[in-house]
Design a protein around this ligand. Structure first.
Ligand code: ADP
Length: 402
């Protein structure tokens, strides 16, 4: 139905489903390539809708809206994974270049399917089971003999839909509640971990793959707050194993675009895959300032089947997420930015144009290391900068007038 041939006269058009910050930052990368990102946003005041003139207003669950966005687009891609698979299949049948293709994307949408497929591929994952009754959950808990995690099979993000159950009683009550609401759930072992890592890669339809250095992600209440790039004290062996695993997953699943593989590093030094995301990802925000090619440019390159960019780091970098404070400060964001720049001239600020709400991701700060700065100092500064932007308070009590 739609011709996706490339016209020499006009730049390619990438259409992205979702108007959040990932689309906003992809639009920035599109500008540099002489392109204009088209987005499907629910509201005109969403992050990405504020910055691109090519906005279609509508829902990602409305096939007609999806078709409208796809019209004439060279590639059709995502800032979130919530588009129903049957709609994506319909678009593919229309001839739309869906990237990543639905057969790959479903592994970022459905955690149970993902766990099964990765097990089949021989990729290490936590022990898991499908849960269709409370009995299933009890049987799994007894078999594993340790604490368990209940997850909704679909629709979770930023820790929503993930319950770390304290004991079997809690497992039962959580499972009962979900099943009563008709929500599909699964159970898995609670991993004794040293820390969380992320291996970010990109793959093009041509089959080229590229991996950024493996990073450590720090979560609070299920939300990523800090990313350390590269992951400190990661052995070269484990780092390469993580990158190779991510590249292998990307090629086995036929991913097109950026793939984030969220990993657990267990207390005994093994890697386990937690989650897959097939789009630019919070663990890659550091690449905007700390790598030769940002994940947003790379995602465009990949979905357009351009040669991929150099993924090497310019220097160690720490990213701090700016999360809305419990109480929105009286000081304006403008003034907060002003103060931050006065104190930290090297802070790279990325704000998403979002209204402040407690816990909401409203921006991030990257601090790229100088020649001699330690990771500890970088982290302290990035977290201090991010906390300042959200709370208008310096964590060390610094007073500019003192
Ligand atoms: P989401 O879809 O919200 O990103 P995840 O599956 O990534 O959900 O889980 C969110 C967080 O919960 C993880 O980053 C991790 O901190 C914790 N978590 C998830 N699964 C496990 C597990 N099996 N063992 C221990 N912690 C887990």
């Amino acid at each position: 139905m739609y011709a996706v041939s490339r016209s020499p006269a006009s730049p390619p058009v990438v259409a992205m489903i979702g108007g959040g910050q990932l689309a906003r930052m992809t639009a920035q990368a599109a500008i540099a390539l002489g392109q204009t990102l088209r987005v499907l946003a629910v509201r005109s005041d969403e992050s990405a809708a504020q910055v691109t003139p090519d906005v279609v207003l509508g829902s990602h669950t409305d096939l007609e809206a999806l078709r409208q966005v796809a019209k004439g687009a060279t590639a059709f891609t995502f800032d979130h994974e919530h588009v129903p698979t049957e709609h994506l299949d319909a678009l593919v049948a229309d001839g739309v270049n869906v990237a990543p293709p639905p057969g790959a994307l479903v592994h970022a949408q459905d955690k149970l399917l993902m766990r099964r497929r990765l097990s089949d591929l021989g990729a290490p994952v936590p022990r898991f089971a499908e849960v269709t009754s409370v009995q299933d959950a009890i049987a799994f808990s007894e078999q594993v003999g340790g604490p368990a995690v209940i997850k909704t099979v679909r629709g979770g993000y930023d820790g929503r839909g993930v319950v770390l159950a304290a004991d079997t009683d809690e497992v039962c009550s959580v499972v009962e509640r979900y099943l009563a609401d008709g929500v599909a759930v699964m159970i898995e072992e609670r991993v004794a971990m040293r820390r969380e890592l992320a291996a970010l890669v990109a793959r093009s339809p041509f089959g080229q793959g590229a991996a950024w250095p493996v990073v450590e992600t720090v979560q609070r209440d299920g939300i990523c707050v800090t990313v350390l790039a590269p992951a400190p004290d990661l052995s070269e062996e484990l780092g390469s194993a993580a990158s190779e695993l991510a590249l292998r997953i990307a090629s086995s699943l036929g991913v097109v675009g950026v793939l984030a593989v969220e990993l657990f590093e267990t207390v005994d030094g093994q890697l386990l895959v937690n989650e897959l995301a097939m789009r630019p990802h919070n663990s890659g925000h550091w690449t905007m300032d700390g790598a030769r090619t940002s994940q947003f440019e790379q995602h465009l390159r990949a979905v357009l089947d351009y040669p991929l960019g150099d993924t090497s780091a310019l220097a160690p970098t720490v990213m701090g997420n700016v999360l809305g404070a419990p109480e929105i400060p009286a000081m304006s964001m403008d003034e907060r930015v002003h103060h931050l720049f006065a104190r930290m001239p090297d802070a790279k600020v990325h704000l998403y144009g979002k209204e402040e709400r407690p816990g909401r991701k409203i921006g991030h700060v990257n601090i790229v290391g100088g020649p001699a700065e330690s990771m500890t100092s970088l982290r302290e500064r990035a977290e201090r900068a991010a906390h300042w932007l959200s709370h208008a308070q310096w964590t060390d009590g610094w007073d500019p007038h003192a």
